[in-house]
Design a protein. Structure first.
Ligand code: PHE
Ligand code: FE
Length: 283
């Protein structure tokens, strides 16, 4: 993800990339990856969208532990033309968008400490690679991510990054998708978190609401706790089709001056899959 008002660390290139430094990872760091990987692999089948399970194969590399980005990029390049590049942490919006628009996914190169397995504030290599890369091996999702980068460059020029960021948040990071009669996970922030993988799908607390582009652009989100509402897409094809073939400029103009929605609000026009109790948020 991106942020503003960041200072480029010494040693990072103009595009904020750094060498991954794979040889410098300790045995303990590789073990942390393996633990997190095993935990999620045990829990996700039946909960996550099949496209994610298919994409997981690109993470199975010749060496165990934290993926070597060179080998990973080679695999991903063959699948969808994407690469993974290392950065020190959050990068500015324009840098983030430029990488996505050129089919490069930026990943932190550091991994969380063993006492942070369940919670950390900044996205690390487990979130970035395990959470995001499997779907980048899916041709439709891969195109969506590139289009999002291009849309980011347009939004920046129109002063509408906040609107567009909500789309990223409620799809790429915390999205749910219909699967048969039920719902499945696909957002990277969910699938890289053991607790939210359960909460997002099974807990009575959050709302689960049908995805609507304008609605999502108006909805604030929480960065400090589980989401109070999740938005459900019909399919990746449907998401790509809607976003690619809609000019966002008139939407940004229309939304200007309209009030935002709170993360827990249900609106009269919402397609409600589940009306949450919000017990978790009110605990
Ligand atoms: N169609 C969007 C625009 O006009 C670009 C975009 C595509 C944004 C896909 C996000 C995802 O800005
Ligand atoms: Fe992320």
């Amino acid at each position: 993800m991106a942020d503003t008002a960041l200072i480029r660390p010494e040693g990072a290139a103009a595009d904020w990339t750094i060498p991954q430094g794979w040889d410098a990872y300790t045995a303990e760091e590789h073990a942390t990856w393996d633990t997190l990987f095993a935990r999620q692999i045990a829990m996700l089948p039946g909960r996550v969208t099949p496209e994610f399970m298919d994409g997981l194969d690109v993470l199975r590399l010749s060496k165990p532990g934290i993926p070597d980005f060179d080998e990973l990029s080679e695999r991903l390049m063959k699948a969808t033309g994407w690469q993974v590049v290392a950065v020190p942490g959050l990068v500015p919006d324009d840098v983030f968008f430029d990488h996505l628009a050129n089919r490069r996914f930026v990943s932190g190169n550091f991994i969380r400490r063993p006492d942070q397995l369940d919670y950390l504030q900044e996205p690390d290599v487990f979130h970035d690679v395990f959470g995001h890369v499997p779907l980048l091996a899916n041709p439709v999702f891969a195109d969506y991510m590139q289009a999002y980068g291009q849309g980011g460059q347009r939004a920046a020029a129109m002063g509408a990054i906040d609107r567009l960021s909500r789309l990223y948040w409620y799809t790429v990071e915390f999205g749910l998708v219909r699967a048969g009669d039920g719902l499945a996970l696909y957002g990277a922030g969910i699938v890289s978190s053991r607790s939210e993988s359960v909460f997002a799908l099974d807990d009575a607390s959050p709302n689960r609401i049908g995805f609507d582009l304008k609605r999502v652009m108006r909805t604030r989100y929480r960065i400090d706790d589980f989401q109070q509402s999740y938005f459900v897409i019909d399919s990746f094809e449907e998401l790509l089709d809607q976003t690619l073939n809609t000019d966002f400029a008139p939407l940004y103009a229309e939304l200007e001056g309209q009030p935002d929605h709170d993360p827990e609000t249900i609106l009269p026009d919402d397609r409600v899959y589940a009306r949450g109790t919000q017990a978790h948020a009110r605990r």
